[in-house]
Ligand binder design. Structure first.
Ligand code: PPS
Length: 300
């Protein structure tokens, strides 16, 4: 197991609060070090997987790594996801390393991860024309996944009703889902941003994997693509300790009740939203998403 994961104190997440940075609530350790993140030096050959939390980050990371390693499963099992893709804004209490340090110590071409909304992204990614793959997931499933994820952390427990209200207000880590997905959508044509949807990846993984390959300028034969589809399927990733976060200490991520690889479905929200919650959500959604051409599928 990686030294950072091993040496994290069990109480790391206890009492972690959020602090606003330019209107976006971030974990306080991240907020306190935001200036360093804003000045992060991207490189032209960096590939960054950018998402709102719980939108399919880990899935895309595995796809990118498999493409980069031309379908070599063993190479992709060299380390857990969070080591293979430094999480650029993540800060751990000293003397542990930050995402920036991990990235700086990584040989190029680097593969990186962020959940930062567009306006908080380090500008160097755009200046260097690094490649950014953005994955968006429909708000309802994204909210449900985030709710269960919160239960794996040491955040104070709260009900689904409470979480959903806070999610709709954008008062959760990394802020408003609505602003996040719209932020990247509006800028996607001005930068090297490939904007993909979790629901499309679920419906037609081959088609979406081919889009990523084209974006990364990789041409792989059909049998390698089949291997990538198989290795990055939910059932394979759920069993893969290098992709399912089981190497994280339980003090950081407690998977005894809920697994990181929880359901991996489109439409699970129907099992959690009440009819009344759905009505309020829809009404609010229309207002927050008015004027954008961005459309999501909430079932496939
Ligand atoms: S994180 O913590 O923000 O990096 O989480 P993230 O990886 O973005 O999201 C976790 C959710 O993605 C699901 N997942 C997958 N779905 C389908 N196929 C594959 N291969 C896959 N890998 C991860 C994971 O199960 C979480 O969603 P839920 O709905 O909670 O199951």
């Amino acid at each position: 197991m990686h030294e950072v994961a091993q040496s994290l104190p069990d109480t790391f997440c206890e009492g972690l609060g959020l602090k606003p940075v330019q209107g976006v609530p971030l974990m306080d350790l991240i907020a306190d070090s935001y200036e360093l993140v804003a000045n992060f030096q991207a490189k032209p050959d960096d590939v960054l997987v950018a998402t709102y939390p719980k939108a399919g980050t880990t899935w895309m990371q595995e796809i990118v790594d498999m493409i980069d390693n031309e379908g070599d499963v063993e190479k992709c099992k060299r380390a857990p996801t969070h080591i293979r893709f430094p999480f650029i804004e993540f800060f751990l209490p000293p003397p542990l390393k930050s995402g920036i340090e991990d990235a700086e110590n990584m040989p190029s071409p680097r593969k990186l991860k962020t959940h930062l909304p567009f306006h908080l992204m380090p500008k160097s990614f755009w200046e260097q024309r690094s490649k950014v793959i953005y994955v968006a997931r429909n708000a309802k499933d994204n909210a449900v996944s985030y709710y269960f994820f919160e239960k794996m952390t040491k955040a104070p427990p709260r009900s689904w009703e409470e979480f959903l209200t806070t999610f709709m207000q954008g008062n959760v880590g990394w802020g408003s889902w609505y602003d996040h997905v719209k932020g990247f959508w509006e800028k996607k044509d001005q930068h090297q941003i490939l904007y993909l949807f979790y629901e499309d990846m679920k419906k037609n993984p081959e088609q979406e994997i081919r889009k990523v390959m084209k974006f990364l300028e990789k041409d792989l034969p059909d049998h390698v693509i089949s291997k990538i589809i198989e290795h990055t399927s939910f059932s394979s990733m759920k069993k893969n300790p290098m992709a399912n976060y089981s190497t994280m200490p339980s003090g950081l991520l407690d998977q005894s009740f809920h697994k990181f690889m929880r359901k991996g479905d489109v439409g699970d929200w129907k099992n959690h939203f009440t009819v009344a919650q759905n009505e309020v959500f829809e009404e609010d959604y229309k207002k927050k998403m008015a004027g954008t051409s961005l459309r999501f599928h909430t079932e496939i």
